[in-house]
Design a protein around this ligand. Structure first.
Ligand code: F6R
Length: 600
């Protein structure tokens, strides 16, 4: 989704902003723009256009001395991606410049009520914000005008605002959409993602909803900030140390972030073990244990890949901890909730911790007074902060849009939770996880073989994954991964279900990839493979060694059956990666997608 970066300080603002926008590219966008104050000529300069940040960097002039500016990457919601709809947007007289993430739901009503005479340039909801501020500032101070605007707008927003009549101040506000402030001796950076602060801030603070922030250059030249509530009362919030280093978000010699992140998965498993085990004991917060143990049923709320991790989690909670659990698509749960049991607990699973669909559910759950736990890779995220408790996935920054190591990390955390809630030890999880990490390494070392398989077998515009039980969940995730980065239409099926209609799509050469890691359904899945083979399918069978057949294309080292999704998903990630590579796709930034989906 959209990204925001703003800077006021001693460094060249355009450098800080453009490098921040580059770091936010992974979130997905279609246009970008920047406004900065050219101190030599005492004027504000704006560049914006459809396309990549590289275009913004390479095709415009930043030779001017500038220490204040705001920038934006846009993922279109109101109006097509084009130069005019790109941010920053301006008020009618161009006095106020605004960048905005989120959606203003009542912008039409506000236009009719306050701005009927204004000529709008763009199709966006953002322009209304700039115009309201300008309108109100004719009767009150700029700060009051912004606070009044904030009190009227409904929806989600992270906003940075510049007043061209005062080039020593930058204003910020947020509701629902994330916004962080980062401080360093040389200046203050505001950004929608912590990544953009790396290298420019030593301390940071996630800004709370409805908080209005003023960043200003003091008479002595230093830069400071203050925060207010919507009525103007001062708010004090402590800064935290920023621990992320630049090399953690680099490509580390790999051609793509996605490949790097796939290869990091054995290390992620070991890191999580180190974080959540002390000797053979679990290090899980007693409060989380208590909340989940006490619950009659655990409702898992998630979207996309994280929901697929949720399916595996449900299986593990029910089979290891004997705890009833159910998985819900967040966007459906939000407006069509099921009849809840009397004593529920809610588990939110989210790589980014910012997914708007989940946040809507969390707000409702909290209103109902039910306990919530978030599993997320971003401890500073909204869902981590707003749930009663959170568990960190510890996968390290995931930059590629397609989630890989965060998914595996989520499944590992869910396995730990299930074991920790069990009344008796079902198996030695720590020992079995270390076997998983070894098997992952062996598999990743064979990745060129998987590339060859892809070249030979994935030759059509459609594809199927089939499996049963836990393998079915991996098929859902495998299909999502392949379609989102290669654009090959792929479906994940419960193996037997295919013949209830969809088998009509099987014809000569259609790739059908089967996953076999569950002993009780091995023979049944193999029967389903024969059904598609006799209709011309091009098969790839991925099996665990102990269940394998000599004709299987890819045989994986044995791991515990209940942990197999952590391993079997890896060849599917590599199949997706190599298919996309051979098709020349933009692997780390697939079209139309965003890393964190901050609108409903
Ligand atoms: C796909 C993918 C998405 C996300 C989904 C939820 O590779 O990453 O399907 O899983 O958008 O995002 P989070 O996990 O951040 O809540």
């Amino acid at each position: 989704m959209c990204g925001i970066v703003g800077y006021l300080g001693e460094k060249k603002a355009s450098d800080v902003i453009l490098s921040g926008l580059k770091k936010l590219e992974y979130r997905g966008y279609d246009s970008c723009g920047i406004t900065f104050f050219d101190e030599g000529n005492h004027r504000f300069v704006t560049y914006k256009d459809k396309g990549r940040v590289n275009h913004l960097v390479e095709d415009f002039d930043y030779s001017f001395f500038n220490r204040l500016g705001i920038g934006h990457t846009r993922w279109a919601t109101h109006g097509r991606p084009n130069q005019i709809n790109s941010h920053p947007h301006f008020s009618e007289t161009t006095r106020f410049s605004v960048v905005h993430n989120g959606v203003i739901e009542n912008y039409k009503e506000l236009t009719v009520k306050y701005l009927a005479d204004v000529h709008f340039v763009s199709e966006t909801d953002t322009e209304v914000i700039a115009d309201l501020i300008e309108r109100f500032s004719q009767e009150m101070s700029v700060e009051e005008a912004i606070r009044k605007t904030l009190s009227l707008i409904e929806g989600s927003y992270a906003l940075l605002i510049l007043d061209t009549e005062n080039p020593s101040v930058m204003y910020a506000a947020k509701n629902k959409s994330p916004l962080l402030i980062g401080t360093a001796l040389e200046g203050i950076t505001l950004a929608s993602d912590i990544m953009a602060l790396v290298g420019y801030a030593t301390q940071y603070l996630p800004i709370e909803d409805k908080v209005f922030t003023v960043v200003c250059r003091q008479p002595d030249g230093s830069v400071g900030f203050r925060m207010h509530d919507i009525l103007g009362h001062r708010i004090e919030m402590p800064l935290q140390k920023l621990d992320l280093a630049l090399d953690e978000i680099g490509m580390g010699g790999y051609s793509h972030y996605m490949l790097k992140e796939i290869c990091e998965q054995p290390a992620v498993v070991r890191k999580i073990v180190a974080r959540y085990f002390e000797g053979d004991d679990f290090v899980v917060s007693p409060k989380i244990h208590q909340v989940l143990k006490k619950a009659e049923k655990i409702y898992i709320i998630a979207a996309g890949t994280s929901m697929h991790a949720g399916f595996v989690g449900r299986y593990l909670l029910e089979n290891i901890a004997k705890k009833p659990a159910e998985v819900f698509i967040a966007s459906e749960f939000a407006y069509n909730p099921p009849l809840l049991c009397a004593n529920p607990a809610f588990l939110f699973i989210s790589q980014s911790g910012e997914t708007a669909d989940l946040r809507t559910c969390l707000v409702k759950i909290k209103e109902m007074g039910y306990p919530s736990v978030t599993i997320t890779n971003v401890p500073t995220s909204t869902l981590a902060r707003e749930a009663d408790h959170f568990m960190e996935i510890c996968a390290g920054p995931e930059i590629a849009v397609a989630s890989t190591k965060a998914y595996v990390g989520q499944v590992v955390i869910l396995a730990i939770l299930a074991h920790c809630l069990a009344d008796r030890k079902v198996f030695d999880l720590k020992e079995e996880l270390s076997k998983v990490a070894v098997a992952m390494e062996a598999l990743i070392d064979k990745r060129e073989y998987i590339h060859a398989l892809v070249r030979e077998k994935i030759t059509k515009r459609n594809c199927f994954y089939i499996g049963r039980g836990l393998d079915f969940f991996t098929c859902l995730e495998a299909a999502l991964k392949l379609k989102e980065i290669s654009y090959i239409q792929t479906e994940g099926f419960a193996a037997a279900e295919l013949k209830h209609g969809t088998i009509a799509l099987i014809e000569d050469g259609v790739p059908v990839i089967a996953i076999i890691s569950q002993k009780n359904v091995n023979n049944l899945t193999r029967a389903n493979i024969r059904e598609v083979l006799s209709r011309g399918a091009n098969k790839i069978v991925i099996s665990l060694n102990r269940l394998s057949d000599p004709s299987d294309e890819l045989v994986l080292m044995d791991v515990h059956e209940m942990l197999s999704p952590m391993l079997t998903v890896i060849p599917t990630q590599l199949i997706a990666f190599y298919s996309a590579l051979d098709l020349g796709r933009d692997i780390d930034k697939p079209r139309n997608l965003a890393k964190s989906v901050t609108v409903e």
